[in-house]
Each structure stands twice: as structure tokens, then as C-alpha cells.
Design a protein around this ligand. Structure first.
Ligand SMILES: *Cc1c(COP(=O)(O)O)cnc(C)c1O
Length: 401
């Protein structure tokens, strides 16, 4: 099946109250009912189309959720106040005290910290494994395991998860496969490959303008209903709700995601090839040298490319810091965490976004001191960008003349 996620987004039509080409923003926290009976039914979850209170759902949030569900080819979706709001709600919904999670060991630092430091207080244990080794994943399953958790393309090492085969393992053992697809929107469609739940931090590529945090959970109607249940739903009760104004602005940005991803990928591929040719240790899923290049190719929706994330290893933290400062000085991008902005962003994950991971474990997973993570921007003239970057690298001694 050849799935066209951008078509699915484009084909949705919503109009505003007065025929506006964008849906009206529902600027209300609460909603009136004509009859008390309907209010009661809504609380019981039996009044389709009625709104109750905006922590539960709001028209603006449902519009954005519908578009993201269309993109991920799931029945429905629920938007949240942040990516972490989505991840923590999903895991607390799926796991009870005594349950066990198998997680990739290379994941977003906040998710790692949640599994390692926070969720054990509810007696939920996590085994961190090399997700690229399917036999290791299967061997880690215990009678208490509930969830296999991974990122399609991992942060920051850009390991690629074999979603199809992980889904097979999950099905065989009655587990849920939860995939964070933040690094590869449009490029990879985890639900098509068998994932049960797909999560995004909307903060990154999907919104793309570094002006808000947001998240989404895409899944079955049954699961999303459970998350929103007024009596025991994690999204409803933990309260990580997106604001309607934000939902409407993210929806407008989502409409250009396909163009932006193509440009991020084009620029990412260009720089990765140049860096590698210069002899820099470069990791980018689009390079043949990437251990999971073929796997990514087999999974991808080809027209969106291999994404905008790449890493280089410049040998030491001092060199990494000097290079990043110089590149910022030359206006090549910003020394900042996060990703998916129009401008290139760079950071040293070991001392920033992955600093939650203890040094010893960073070493084991191959997260070295000199690693720089790039989120490649939408630069119109990437050759010029490369020329200036190369000069910076020569000046810092990362490249030899
Ligand atoms: C940023 C990020 C998150 C967390 O999202 P927030 O919106 O910052 O809460 C989760 N997963 C990945 C892969 C991320 O990059």
C-alpha cells in the first residue's frame, strides 16, 4: 500500500462559522446545554458531538486531532499541551502498578528520565534495550511486560526502529507498540507498519516555527476515548490539554509540513554527503553508510526524504562547543535545543538534551562528547551555507586544509 499522508491532510475540509477558509477558533472553556439530560449524557460519554469542558475536548483541538490522525492513518487522535504530556499520559494509561516496559535506550532525554526516575514510583519498571536488535527486545519480555516503546528515528543517535518487526513481536506477546515519530513526520507512517499508538511532539517539525510546545497521541477510537474518559482517562485527569488558540495555529502550520519536510530532507542530504566526503564522522539515515539506511528506505514514504536531523562527531566537547559558537556567530544557525525550525539548530546532546542519561550509559550507547546534533533548516541556498560551515570547521580544526 502506498500511503500519501499529505493528501490525507489536504483532503480534509473545515470551514469557519462565517464561511471562513479556516475553522473558527472555539474560544471557550465551557459549553452550554439546552437540556440537563444532555449534560448528564455527555458526562456519561453518550452524547456525540456535544462539548462539555475544554480539558476534555474542544472543536479546535478536534480539528487538529483529525488532521494528525489523517496524517498518521489512525482512527483518531488527541492533542496535548506538549510532547511529554502525550508520552506520560499514554504510558500511565497503558501501565498499571507492577507492569513492565521495554524501551529503546536511545530516546528523548525527558522520556528517558520519566521511565528511569519518575514512573518507578508507581512500581512500573523499564528495561532499556538496543531496539535495533530484535532478539534482544524479545528476550527482554517478561510476564509483566505491557508496552514496547521506541522512536522511529531516535534522538539523538538517529537509530532506526524496525517498526514492522517490532509490531510482530508486540502482537505475538499481546503487547502494545508505542512509537514516537517526532523526528520523521510524513517520512515514516508507524501505524501503517503496525504500531498501536503514534506520538509526536508537535513542538518540532509539525509546528515548525519554534513558537509553541504541543503534542499528540494518534490511535484507535477506543484508546483515545479511554484517554479522555472523565473517570479514569490520563489525558482528562492529568490535564495536559492543548489550548484552542494553539491548536488552530498549529493546524495552519501543518498545512505546509510536506513542503518543509522536503526542504529539510534535501538540505540534510546535501550537507550529510558533503560532511562525509570531507571525512567527518557523519550519521544521517540517507547515507549508505548508515547501518539502517536500507531499513529506513523500506519503511519510508519516499517523497519526504530522510529528514532534517544529522549528527557529526568532531572528537571533543571543546571542539564541538567552539564550532557551534562560531557557526552561530556566522549566522548559520542557533546554538539551541529543539528541532524543526526554519533556521538550523545545533546542540551537543551529551551536555544538553540527553544530559538526563548518566555518562556511563551515554558511552555504552555511543553518545560521545564531541557529538553535535543538527536540525537542518530550510536554507534556500544550502551550497552557500555549506561553504561558510566548511570555513568554520577549518578554523576550529575540525577539518584539515
Ligand atoms: C522534544 C521531544 C519530545 C518532547 O516533546 P515536548 O513537546 O518538548 O514535550 C519527545 N520526543 C522527542 C523525540 C522529542 O524530540
Amino acid at each position: 500500500m502506498s500511503f500519501k499522508p499529505a493528501n490525507s491532510i489536504q483532503d480534509l475540509q473545515y470551514f469557519g462559522e462565517f464561511g471562513g477558509v479556516n475553522p473558527s477558533i472555539s474560544d471557550s472553556s465551557t459549553y452550554t446545554f439546552l437540556s440537563a439530560k444532555t449534560m448528564f449524557d455527555t458526562f456519561e460519554g453518550n452524547a456525540d458531538g456535544c462539548y462539555l469542558y475544554s480539558r476534555h475536548s474542544s472543536p479546535s483541538n478536534l480539528y487538529l486531532g483529525a488532521a494528525l490522525a489523517a496524517m498518521e492513518h489512525t482512527e483518531t487522535a488527541n492533542v496535548t499541551a506538549s510532547g511529554m504530556g502525550a508520552i506520560t499520559s499514554v504510558m500511565l494509561q497503558l501501565c498499571n502498578a507492577g507492569d513492565h516496559i521495554i524501551s529503546s535506550r536511545t530516546i528523548y532525554g525527558g522520556t528517558y528520565a520519566f521511565f528511569k526516575n519518575f514512573i518507578p514510583k508507581f512500581n512500573i519498571e523499564t528495561s532499556f534495550v538496543d531496539i535495533t536488535k530484535l532478539d534482544v527486545v524479545e528476550a527482554a519480555i517478561t510476564k509483566n511486560t505491557k508496552v514496547i516503546y521506541c522512536e522511529s528515528v531516535s534522538n539523538p543517535l538517529l537509530e532506526v526502529a524496525d517498526i514492522k518487526n517490532l509490531a510482530k513481536i508486540a502482537k505475538k506477546h499481546g503487547l502494545k507498540l508505542v512509537v514516537d515519530n517526532t523526528f520523521s513526520p510524513l517520512s515514516i507512517s508507524p501505524a501503517i507498519l503496525g504500531a498501536d499508538v503514534v506520538i509526536h511532539s508537535l513542538t518540532k517539525f509539525i509546528n515548525g516555527s519554534s513558537d509553541t510546545v504541543g503534542g499528540v497521541v494518534c490511535g484507535s477510537q477506543e484508546f483515545i476515548n479511554a484517554l479522555r474518559n472523565v473517570n479514569d482517562g490520563a489525558c482528562m485527569l492529568l490535564g495536559a490539554t492543548m489550548d484552542s488558540l494553539r491548536a488552530s495555529s498549529i493546524l495552519k502550520n501543518l498545512r505546509t509540513l510536506h513542503i518543509r519536510m522536503q526542504q529539510h530532507s534535501k538540505n540534510g542530504m546535501f550537507l550529510a554527503e558533503k560532511f562525509e566526503a570531507e571525512g567527518l564522522k557523519t550519521v544521517y539515515p540517507g547515507l549508505k553508510s548508515h547501518p539502517s539506511h536500507q531499513l529506513f528506505k523500506n519503511m519510508m514514504n519516499t517523497e519526504y526524504g530522510f529528514g532534517g536531523m544529522l549528527t557529526i562527531d568532531v572528537g571533543s566537547l571543546n571542539k564541538a562547543n567552539a564550532l557551534m559558537e562560531l557557526m552561530q556567530h556566522k549566522n548559520l544557525g542557533y546554538l539551541a535545543v529543539s528541532l524543526g525550525f526554519y533556521k538550523t539548530l545545533f546542540s551537543a546532546p551529551g551536555t544538553s538534551t540527553s544530559s538526563e542519561i548518566p555518562e556511563e550509559e551515554q558511552k555504552q550507547m555511543g553518545l560521545s562528547d564531541g557529538l553535535i546534533r543538527f536540525s537542518i533548516g530550510l536554507d534556500a541556498d544550502i551550497e552557500r551555507t555549506y561553504g561558510v560551515m566548511r570555513k568554520c570547521m577549518l578554523e576550529i580544526g575540525v577539518l584539515k586544509a
